[in-house]
Design a protein around this ligand. Structure first.
Ligand code: NOJ
Length: 532
């Protein structure tokens, strides 16, 4: 059913899984309490053993960190807390030696108010960079748009000028009506590609293509909005500013540049309904699929029920054009940890699901050991926080390496953020020693992806499990097949199996499943089973 494109940039390296490493929270190499690039270099053998091929780093650029780096001050450098450009070069080199490519995070919708262009605008009402932003002169009309982080989208300067921001008031939106903006972004891409990175994750690009006129056009108020000024669901402006024709113009250009370097671009651009397959299809149709693809957000929001999950995935995979890649994920730095959402046992099922899908699945650091949301992280200045909202820092706590202080993340007395309380029990060291751990399970799943010919060269297809609580699919190459059977419930379930299977490759449960070669299997509670 689905033939993967062998020429695509997404197939090099052969290990196709992408891991998101939140650079502040992986490993602190210099004892300042913050994660850094040298810390990541130290842990590269671990990531090699995990079987991932791509490392996506959320923004690593100099930044005042009002939004943890998504407020870029200078795109041509490395944040001093994270290291130096030489460290980045070494990371690229060392990752390359292990068959992994580095993906940086490119913020295209806005810059920090500390960026030199905006600093010039602040100082000089006649600044030549005025046109690079959406700026209104004193007395000029504005619209009713509301920021995703709360409050009016228009911020007033001391002299009465106003500028447009979609996120924090220190994240100033760029205006792509001005050609200098895209030129600057192109330069940034070429700069890093020439240093050897393999690609970019593009931040919030669905909002980047708006025109000044779009920003100025009033939106219908959102009737569900509670009226709380910080409510993030007051997104009534987005219909006016997202997925404008400019978004696709930008994406096409970024894909072309990536193509010059045989690089890959994955982008954050969820449709209003994050599972809307047609919305993603439109994006695929607009970009060069050899180099660019949208990250799929449907699994982050769906009720964790077999039929619902299968339904959205089936619809989505039908829409992924031949030759394009698919980018499913369960968690990221903005959302709740998957284990906290579905529980430890179902976390295995989720991992088997995404790592069994076609394309380039993404995992979030710590997902491989089932890390949970922390209850009481030191809450950083997260501007997106609003009463009742999920505090994003809960899912950004230090990687849990062992059971020493700060889970082995830092030797500092105090880490920038508190470690999650369960680290004594849930850590890499412990899971290395336990053949039944989530870590060993994840490694086995990536090993299948990376080495079994069925998954490498074969075709993916859904199977009819005969049970609404079990998702089943297979990878087939000639008369060889690898079958995944996933029980989404905490009770036993019967499921049909295709003919011709002889071996159990992996189960999330012990002791071994008592399957005896029949064309059906009794799955234990929460069992994820892989057969060949
Ligand atoms: C999406 C990023 O994932 C999020 O962390 C950030 O706050 C916004 N874009 C704004 O850049």
């Amino acid at each position: 059913m689905r033939q993967l494109d062998k020429a695509s940039a997404f197939r090099k390296p052969q290990k196709r899984t992408i891991i998101e490493l939140y650079p502040w929270s992986i490993k602190d190499s210099n004892g300042d309490g913050k994660g850094d690039l040298r810390g990541i270099i130290e842990m590269l053998d671990y990531y090699e053993a995990l079987g991932v091929g791509w490392i996506w780093l959320p923004p690593t650029f100099p930044s005042p960190l009002k939004d943890r780096g998504y407020d870029v001050q200078n795109y041509f450098g490395v944040h001093p807390d994270l290291g130096t450009e030489d460290d980045m070069k070494e990371l690229i080199r060392e990752a390359g030696k292990r068959g992994m490519r580095i993906m940086l995070d490119l913020v295209v919708n806005h810059v920090s108010d500390q960026h030199p262009w905006f600093q010039d605008v602040l100082k000089n009402p006649e600044s030549e960079f005025t046109g690079c932003f959406v700026i209104r002169q004193p007395g000029e009309s504005i619209s009713n748009h509301i920021s995703i982080f709360g409050g009016s989208a228009w911020c007033e300067l001391k002299d009465g000028r106003r500028y447009y921001r979609t996120f924090d008031n220190t994240q100033v939106d760029l205006n792509y009506d001005d050609p200098r903006v895209l030129e600057m972004i192109e330069k940034v891409m070429r700069y890093w590609f020439e240093l050897g990175i393999g690609g970019f994750r593009i931040d919030a690009v669905h909002l980047a293509g708006k025109t000044v006129q779009d920003c100025l056009t009033d939106a219908e108020p959102n009737k569900e909005w509670t009226g709380h000024p910080k409510s993030r669901f007051a997104l009534h402006h987005e219909a006016m500013t997202e997925f404008r024709p400019g978004t696709f113009k930008i994406l096409r250009r970024l894909g072309e540049i990536a193509g010059d370097y045989d690089g890959a671009v994955i982008f954050e651009a969820a449709p209003p309904d994050p599972a809307d397959a047609d919305g993603y299809r439109r994006m695929y149709d607009e970009v060069d699929i050899r180099y660019a693809a949208p990250i799929y957000f449907g699994l982050l929001f769906i009720d964790w029920q077999a039929q619902k999950v299968k339904g959205i995935l089936e619809r989505m995979l039908d829409k992924v054009p031949p030759g394009a890649t698919f980018l499913p994920h369960l968690e990221n730095h903005d959302r709740t940890r998957f284990t906290s959402r579905v529980g430890s046992a179902q976390a295995f099922v989720g991992m088997a699901l995404v790592l069994g899908m076609p394309g380039n699945p993404l995992i979030y650091y710590g997902g491989e050991i089932g890390m949970r949301n922390a209850r009481h992280p030191r809450i950083a200045d997260d501007p997106s926080q609003a009463p009742g909202d999920f505090v994003r820092d809960r899912a950004r706590t230090p990687m849990q390496w062992d059971d020493s202080a700060h889970a082995g993340f830092t030797t500092a007395v105090k880490a920038w953020i508190k470690v999650c309380g369960d680290y004594h029990l849930r850590n890499v060291k412990r899971q290395e020693a336990n053949p039944r751990s989530m870590l060993q399970f994840t490694r086995a799943l990536t090993r299948f992806r990376n080495s079994l010919p069925e998954l490498q060269e074969g075709e993916f297809e859904w199977l009819e499990s005969g049970n609404a609580d079990v998702i089943s699919f297979r990878w087939r190459l000639g008369d060889q097949q690898v079958v995944y059977a996933l029980n989404f419930t905490p009770v036993k379930q019967e499921a049909k199996l295709p003919r011709g299977l002889t071996t159990i490759l992996l189960s999330s449960r012990r002791p071994p499943n008592s399957w005896n070669g029949d064309e059906s299997v009794t799955l234990r509670p929460d069992e994820a089973l892989v057969l060949r």
